[in-house]
Design a protein around this ligand. Sequence first.
Ligand code: ZN
Length: 294
Amino acid sequence: MRVTEVADSTYLLDCSEDVGFSLSEVAYLLVDDIPALIEPCSTTTSSKLLERSRDFGIKVEDVAYIIPTHIHVDHGGGAGYLSRQLPNAKVVLHPRGAKNMVDPARLVSATKVVFGEDFEHRFGPISPISEKQMLIAQDGEIIHLGRRDLTIIFTPGHASHHISIWDSLSQGIFPGEALGFIADSMPDFPLPAAVPPFDLQLYIQSIDSLAALMPTMVFYSHCGARRDPELLIATIRENSIVIGQIVEKSLKEGKAEQETWRMISEYVKKKAGGDLPPEFLLGLSAYISYFTQK
Ligand SMILES: [Zn+2]
């Protein structure tokens, strides 16, 4: 496990080497009078987090709040497992996410569609969370930890039940996937994190609401913490819109999906000099279904 203090009393915990995932799942431990863990990640990762944190003298078992930004398997899939290991902790959830964690049957089916029937092999099972261990958050809800307050901000678009977390101590934001994902080859060029059912209009509104907070740091869920949020946020906004324009125009002109992919690749190459990562294939299908259903 890699442990890095990325801001005052804010630790990035990365177990990707231990679990052998190519795309890292990053958790953040906020140390305070009342400690909190943002992004429990998958069950595979969260069990590793508990096990390895002891070696580092980090007390994950003391956390009072487990806060997934959303319930997709690589962000909140381990919340049920962790809640059983930490029976005094509360899991903070959007009301729509909470419903699907009391009985995760629908979430399990949706996960199979995206990651295959055998997703548990990689991510581990998705366990339910008991209602008494949930804190169902409202938009703007404040959680006091001691030196710092966390504010829950609803940021739909990537998923209807997506939240971001504002941290008063670092003046930073934990955006989950609301500010896109960053491929290793293009560190300053975030791409929209689109999975069906993606809502582009809400995604852009969420980007705007986070930009308005003028964060000094962004704590990404897959690619670590960054201290240059202004340009990154402007770039994700522009990329989300331009890719939307390309897809919408292609659909109107009846172009094949491969042709649309080629046009997006060309845009990315021109702007960032890199290749459109293959992970974006799911993103393209999410954009296509957004415009087809609109
Ligand atoms: Zn997600």
